[in-house]
Design a protein around this ligand. Structure first.
Ligand code: DX5
Ligand code: ZN
Length: 223
C-alpha cells in the first residue's frame, strides 16, 4: 500500500492542530523546512516540529531545504523528527551527514531537485532510508507537477529492485488525484501532497481518493 504524507506547508497555521486531525488516515506528516538561502522562501523551524510532536503520534517526515543542514540536524531530532532528509545539492559531505542523522536516532533521507540525476546520489543509496524525488523546483507549495521527472522515478525504482536496496521512494511536488496513478506506477512508495489535500474542501476525502487511485495503479502493475 502506498503511503500518503500530507505537507503541512499548505495547512492553516493558525489552526495547525485542527488541520492535522483532518488527515488522520495519513501515515506520515511531511514538514517542509526552508531557509531563504537554499530556496527563496522561509518556512518553519524545530519549534513547529516540537509543537507537532505534542499533538500527533504520526511519523514526522522532515524535509530540510536549507544550506548547512549539519548545523540543524540535532535540533530537529530533539524536536521530534522521525526522519530527516537533506538535499544532495546542499551537502559537501553527504555521507557524513547521513551518519550524523543516524547518530541522532532518526531515519535518514536524501532529496534531489528535478535537474539532479540519480547518478549524483548513487554512492549513498545503500545508506539511506528514503530518497525524495522532487517533481517541482523546491521552494513553494502549489506548483505544477513536472512530468519530465517521471523517467527518473522509474530509473531509481529499477536500481532499487536490481540491488535490493531497502529504501523508500518519496515523490514530492504537485502530486494530486490526476497524476498519482502515473507516479505510483513509476515506483513511488510515498506520495507527498500539500495543496491537493489541504487546499480541498474535504482533506480527508481527497487523501482517500489519492490513495485509492495510487493503490489501484500499483495493483494493476503487480498483476
Ligand atoms: C516544495 C515542497 C513540497 C511542497 C508540496 O518545495 O518540498 O513538499 O510543499 O506541496 P504541493 O503538493 O502543493 O506541491
Ligand atoms: Zn517537501
Amino acid at each position: 500500500m502506498i503511503k500518503i504524507a500530507p505537507s503541512i506547508l499548505s495547512a492553516d497555521f493558525s489552526n495547525l492542530g485542527r488541520d492535522v486531525t483532518k488527515v488522520k488516515e495519513a501515515e506520515w506528516i511531511h514538514v517542509d523546512v526552508m531557509d531563504g538561502h537554499f530556496v527563496p522562501n522561509i518556512t518553519i523551524g524545530p519549534f513547529i516540529v516540537k509543537a507537532l510532536r505534542k499533538i500527533t503520534d504520526k511519523f514526522l517526515d522532515v524535509h530540510l531545504m536549507i544550506e548547512n543542514p549539519e548545523k540543524y540536524v540535532e535540533s530537529f531530532a530533539e524536536a521530534g523528527a522521525d526522519l530527516i532528509t537533506v538535499h544532495a545539492e546542499a551537502c559537501k559531505n553527504l555521507e557524513g551527514l547521513i551518519e550524523l542523522i543516524r547518530k541522532n536516532n532518526c531515519k535518514a533521507g536524501v532529496s534531489i531537485k528535478p535537474k539532479t540525476g540519480v547518478k549524483d546520489i548513487e554512492s549513498v543509496l545503500d545508506k539511506v532510508d528514503l530518497v525524495i524525488v522532487m517533481t517541482v523546483e523546491p521552494g513553494f507549495g502549489g506548483q505544477k507537477f513536472m512530468p519530465e521527472v517521471v523517467p527518473k522515478i522509474r530509473e531509481l525504482k529499477s536500481l532499487v529492485n536490481k540491488r535490493n536496496l531497502p529504501l523508500e521512494i518519496e515523490v514530492d511536488g504537485g502530486v494530486n488525484r490526476d497524476n498519482c496513478s502515473e507516479i505510483a506506477e513509476a515506483g513511488a512508495d510515498v506520495l507527498v501532497a500539500g495543496s491537493a489535500i489541504f487546499g480541498s474542501e474535504n482533506p480527508a476525502n481527497e487523501l482517500r481518493e489519492i490513495r485509492e487511485r495510487a493503490d489501484k495503479a500499483l495493483n494493476k502493475n503487480s498483476k
